[in-house]
Design a protein around this ligand. Sequence first.
Ligand code: AMX
Length: 390
Amino acid sequence: MSDDETLFSISEVHLDSGLRGIPVGTCKTSYVDPIDGVHYVGYPVGDLANLEEEDVIFLLMNKRLPDEAESNAFRKELAHRGEEIPTGALRVLENLTPGSGHPMDWLSIGIMSMGAAETTGDVRADSMNLIARMPELMARIFLLRGGNPENLRPRRTKLGLVENFVHMLGVDGDEAERMNRVLRFFFILHMDHGGGNLSTFSGKAVASGRASVYASLASAMNALSGPLHGRANQACLEFVQRIGTSDPEEIEKFVRSELAAKRPIYGFGHGVLRAEDPRARLLIELGSEVCPDDEYYKVVKSLREVVPKILKEHPKIKNPYPNVDIASGSLLHAIGFRKPHYYTTFFGWARVAGICAQILDERESRDGRGVPIYRPKYIAIEQPMRRLTD
Ligand code: AMX
């Protein structure tokens, strides 16, 4: 890419298109191939799905996988930072009414309250602190919002990020094993997805004004909470529950009536992908291992067969194939997370790592001066010059 090469020409059709496809920056952590899906620093995400989650975070932050010594040191640093969470940093959650608001509201409030308790101003230190303390925030949200705080166990950060969360929830034995397996897989698949997805872009935009890591990440989580973005995993399982049958004819009827009512078919379509998201395939394969006979999982498999052909009848839909959200909800349900409105918090938790890594890269760019404050151009319309005296 030379300095003066034209990357994209803008014409009027590109205005008010949600910046769709318009190059605005560079990304070192990941890219999304329209057919082969997301790659983290060059690796297809499927290659990384069975690694330790901390090693994948190391990759996003350092652009290479750690050797054994580095991996141990990184895990140790995260465990230490997790232990050092300021006392009372999350006490604000105890004052929210159980069951109130959406869990994503709690996630955003929790991130802000951790920032209020301690912000160092060093982007790496704040990012590492946030990543290290997310399991505790997640466990507290689940138990405090759910109205059973007495189940919360003291943190054991040495277990690693995912296992510590499951431990804090009070889950043991085979159930914990299954949760750890599925959550770790889910966590790795959702960590990053290029630079332009709405939550990452929003987080980086806020960070470009030199807001703190906490303020930037809370903004990113608010962006993720929309049903067309991260909350699609909740919407997709609710959709599956409403269908209530894996009979292909019933599913076809249901999908057609949703389309006629101008409602989205959750778990299908994408802004960049033009084939089935490989992460959808990986999750469906994991489902065949952990919950092959689960009712909701069977509905998801039928949706995958039935829906693309119906969506293809609508040429405006650029991608009629499953996205990552099609199967994640049914798996989370099968391993014991029965309330779909919590699912987006898992997505958000995972995405914290990718967004922090991208913010760090942007802050280090231009020889350490950092990316300039975001300022795209909007063209004024329907505003003829007027004066009060006219
Ligand atoms: N169901 C119904 N309509 C759909 C659709 C779907 N699954 N996918 C696309 N469309 C419609 C769009 O709403 C748009 O209609 P419009 O021109 O009347 O506004 C038209 O088809 C063209 O859309 P597109 O260029 O193919 O996709 P997009 O980039 O505008 O939108 C997405 C992408 C994901 C928002 C859209 O496919 C959608 O709403 N899918 C369902 C929700 C979902 O599963 N979201 C999760 C995405 C992954 C994630 O972020 N977690």
